[in-house]
Design a binder for this molecule. Sequence first.
Ligand SMILES: *[C@@H]1O[C@H](CO)[C@@H](O)[C@H](O)[C@H]1NC(C)=O
Ligand SMILES: *[C@@H]1O[C@H](CO)[C@@H](O)[C@H](O)[C@H]1NC(C)=O
Length: 335
Amino acid sequence: MAHLSICLAFCLLLLEVVLAASRTSPPAGALVVRARTSNSGEFSTVSAAVASLPNDSSARTIFIYPGTYNEQVFITRSGPLTIYGYTTDTSTYRNNQVNIQAGVPASQAGSNDASGTLRVHKDNFKLYNVNVKNTFGQGSQAIAISQYGSRVGLYACGFYGYQDTLYANEGTQVYLRGYIEGAVDFIFGRHGSAYYGGNTIAIKGAGWVTASGRESDDGGSYVFNQNTITIASGASGESGKVYFGRPWGNYAKVIFKNTIVEAPFNKALWSEWNDGDARTDHVFVADYNSSGSGVSGASRPSWVAQLSSSQANQYSISSAVGSDYASWVDMNYFV
Ligand SMILES: *[C@@H]1O[C@H](CO)[C@@H](O)[C@H](O)[C@H]1NC(C)=O
Ligand SMILES: *[C@@H]1O[C@H](CO)[C@@H](O)[C@H](O)[C@H]1NC(C)=O
């Protein structure tokens, strides 16, 4: 019996290894980025590869070999673009070996967008298995990804920062099976329409996971489904000092469904913007079917919506980014 179960465990492991697809060489036609390369036809920075692309409607691909790329990358070309990072397992961020990083704070750059390590100002963009980091740390807004495009998919990517890591400011976008780390208002933006599925969201310090800056009753919202909120490695957990969010704009719209919360949240789960500046008069924020030790004994403020299961069903990838989502989202990553 013991032998059988050991064998079974081994076979399952083998099966997982076989199923884990790797992407360790460039797809046909891709531009190649390789740290410190001197090979002709290759690029040593992501920015140089992006700059070499024609600004036309053609679809282009870039493949990045393992390494740390110290640069800010600003993408504006009009045609579709897909960037792949080298990985031995495309299904997860855990094996990512490509890091794009910079440490520019908004206080120096002049705006949130200008501080972004990766600035996506184009439609029809896909990024796979790449970590994007703003290493500035505490003391200013310091954006890892600044996202302005529509039909943008970020798959098994890691986004690292402290304050304002992920700026979903405009356009329609999905973040699937990735990793998002920060402390203060670290998933935020004004007009973005975003869906977040199957991510690990890691808490670096006291603060708010989201700060929706929605200022009117427009079509934007942030919908989360089946994410896990945990404590980032090396962080203390900040018991009672972490929340699902606070409203940057007083039409904030954020729905968390089926979240496992391991980080020890404040019992209220949601907070006002600031003492004396609540910004809660037109908000629509809710968490539905939250579970885990971090939400035990929760007591939500009256301005947090309580959803029935049929109401919760109305908030989905379709409500967040449009009913045509399957035409541009890589459904292999859908959660
Ligand atoms: C590409 O064209 C778009 C749209 O015309 C423009 O906004 C953008 O600045 C251009 N980018 C580059 C790199 O020339
Ligand atoms: C509640 O969320 C958990 C975690 O995502 C999930 O496993 C479970 O199926 C959900 N329950 C319902 C009723 O949707």
